[in-house]
Design a protein around this ligand. Structure first.
Ligand code: FEO
Ligand code: CA
Ligand code: CA
Ligand code: CA
Length: 604
């Protein structure tokens, strides 16, 4: 049922049952292979992973990181549609105690780390992996190593670019010119560009950076900075004789006027950005693109790209009652830039406009520009660099719509509509609802859909509706608004991706209770298929089907396919049982590779 590369309106697999077992489920007729678990050596051979957590920091630095998240496949060679050879780029969101030998890291009585080399290992488990993959004649994938494989970690030198680079806002003891910083953390949803680069998102950086200021200034408190963060407290080992270039000190942002070498008061301003990485150039330095704004970044996917027009990226800030943003390039898309690497990044990502979404009751909405010329922003900030650095505060001031935790967004290739997951928000109380977030105690989340006015990436108005509400099947119809059944009940939508055929893939994180007691999962639906030239909108709830169920305790996050739609990559994060090595082994996040037994296209 292929239609000139676009889809007919039907999925060809039957919805599979959800369940709580410690295993991966895919539909009958599909194969799966598990690869690249945390600790896999990047050269495929050494240093070998030690299942007891005894690998050193230096070993972790050349092994796959922990807690896989957003991911994208980049065919080799660059610009080709090769489907049996390419680079997988994988985010590693965070770390946990399984990294360390015994029962966890060494700590003092206050729960602060005491062993610099353990902290270093923790730092290296974060970031991004670039891994070369090849498919053999038998259909099995394996790692290759012709020079592309690398780790970017929470210690890697990274350039700053765009309006905030070089300003006082990002001057630290690491770089007094404010043109660079060190490391990326909490890389969650994925982003990408039309010119072959990857955008790693920096989500919960406030879990790592701390401050002892009392009171915490608004510029830090609005981003959640606190005295202890999530407890990592890497700065506790600062000053160790082995410390290099503030690798530990920079995680404490308390002003230190007395000791310039320890003054990292602005270090928090060097996190919370989108980080552009060129996977095809293993020697290139990643770049934080400050023009796109500083929030707790989740996904960052472009909308439809048109020659001669600006490009829009849709960007989420994943906190309860935070916002949905759009960045629009000043430059118009030139297809000659299709393999332009980081130079194209400078052209499109360093000069643009930042907007935040305001949803109205009548199904319309407005993109409000966050520009220093807006009176409410001019009254609070002195420069556009401040507006971008404190984009959350700017969005508060213009009255953006508080959402139920915006996670990934993605664009329907058949219609240009933008879909956004709102994962859940149990703190939204009755009376606090708004049109776009209409359920109090929204335990199961929903997916909202926007259409730009005139299909224009630079539009400042849009229309919207709610595509589907998460729920368990037996919930009262006042909550199970979309009429989900045991075949497609879900909660906490997070990862979201339209493949180029128009199939929408929905992944879940920490699903609220389901009647099937199911683990987290991935579902598929074709919201708008084409039959001939005719646009078909199937009965959504009948067509929403469960394709994949993860092992116990995991989150299913990160998905991509090869250009021929015959191989799919799905990440398993924080499995809670013994996946993938089996009973008696520590669980490890990993990538599951799915194909059809008959070699056909997945799902169609
Ligand atoms: Fe890391 Fe917003 O999930
Ligand atoms: Ca997520
Ligand atoms: Ca999530
Ligand atoms: Ca997660």
């Amino acid at each position: 049922s292929d239609n000139g590369g676009r889809t007919a309106a039907k999925l060809t697999f039957d919805s599979i049952a959800g369940g709580p077992e410690d295993l991966v489920r895919v539909p009958p007729g599909y194969n799966m292979q598990v690869m690249l678990p945390w600790g896999t050596p990047l050269n495929g051979v050494a240093p070998t992973f030690n299942g007891d957590g005894t690998n050193t920091a230096a070993e972790q630095e050349v092994q796959i990181g922990s807690n896989h998240d957003g991911m994208k496949f980049y065919p080799l060679p660059a610009g080709s549609n090769t489907s049996d050879h390419g680079l997988l780029v994988i985010n590693h969101e965070y770390s946990n105690s399984t990294l360390f030998a015994g029962d966890g890291r060494s700590e003092d009585a206050d729960g602060k780390p005491t062993d610099p080399d353990e902290v270093r290992k923790d730092i290296y488990a974060h970031g991004v992996s670039v891994v070369e993959m090849v498919r053999g004649m038998n259909g099995e994938w394996s790692m290759a190593n012709t020079g592309f494989n690398r780790r970017i970690t929470a210690a890697t030198p990274i350039d700053l670019a765009g309006p905030v680079a070089g300003t006082d806002l990002v001057v630290t003891a690491y770089d007094a010119t404010g043109m660079s910083t060190r490391g990326t953390v909490n890389n969650c949803g994925r982003g990408f560009t039309p010119w072959g680069t990857y955008l790693a998102t920096e989500e919960n950086f406030q879990g790592y950076q701390t401050t002892q200021e009392d009171p915490v200034p608004e510029e830090k408190s609005r981003y959640g900075l606190s005295a202890t963060g999530f407890g990592y407290q890497w700065a506790a080992v600062a000053g160790d004789p082995s410390e290099q270039n503030g690798e530990f000190a920079r995680w404490d942002t308390t002003p230190n006027a007395a000791t310039a070498a320890l003054d990292y008061r602005n270090a928090a301003n060097t996190f919370g950005w989108l980080v552009e990485i060129d996977p095809y150039d293993p020697t290139s330095r990643p770049v934080k693109r400050t023009g796109m704004g500083r929030i707790l970044h989740e996904g960052a996917e472009p909308g439809r790209v048109f020659e001669g027009r600006p490009i829009a990226w849709y960007m989420s800030d994943d906190n309860r009652f935070d916002y949905f943003y759009k960045y629009v390039s000043n430059a118009n898309w030139d297809p000659a830039d299709a393999n332009g690497g980081l130079q194209a990044g400078s052209k499109y990502l360093d000069n643009g406009r930042l907007y935040v979404a305001k949803f109205a009751e009548d199904g319309t909405g407005e993109w409000v520009e966050l520009d220093i010329s807006v009176p409410a922003l001019a009254a609070r900030f002195t420069s556009q660099a401040e507006v971008l650095t404190y984009a959350r505060i700017a969005a508060d001031l213009v009255g953006a719509t508080p959402m139920d935790r915006p996670e990934w967004s993605t664009t329907d290739p058949n219609t240009g509509e933008i879909y956004l997951t709102l994962t859940n928000n149990t703190r939204r109380s009755e009376g606090d609802e708004n049109p776009a977030n209409p359920r109090a105690n929204n335990s199961h989340g929903h997916i909202i859909r926007l259409a730009e006015a005139n299909d224009d990436p630079a539009a400042t108005s849009f229309t919207w509706d709610i595509f589907v509400f998460g729920s368990n099947a037996s919930a009262d119809p006042s909550f199970n608004i979309s009429g989900l059944t045991l075949d497609n009940e879900f909660g906490s939508p997070d990862g979201l991706w339209f493949d180029a055929r128009g199939v929408l893939w929905i992944q879940t994180d920490n699903g609220a209770p389901l009647d099937s007691d199911s683990n987290d999962q991935m579902l598929a639906v074709i919201p708008a298929g084409l039959e001939g030239d005719r646009l078909i909108r199937p009965e959504t709830q009948a067509q929403l089907k469960r394709f994949f169920v993860g092992p116990a305790g995991c989150e299913v996050t990160g998905v991509d396919m090869t250009p021929d739609y015959r191989t799919m990559f799905v990440n398993i994060q924080h499995p809670g049982g013994s996946f993938p090595d089996g009973p008696g082994n520590r669980p490890r996040s990993a990538t599951v590779i799915i194909s059809r037994e008959d070699g056909g296209e997945i799902a169609l």
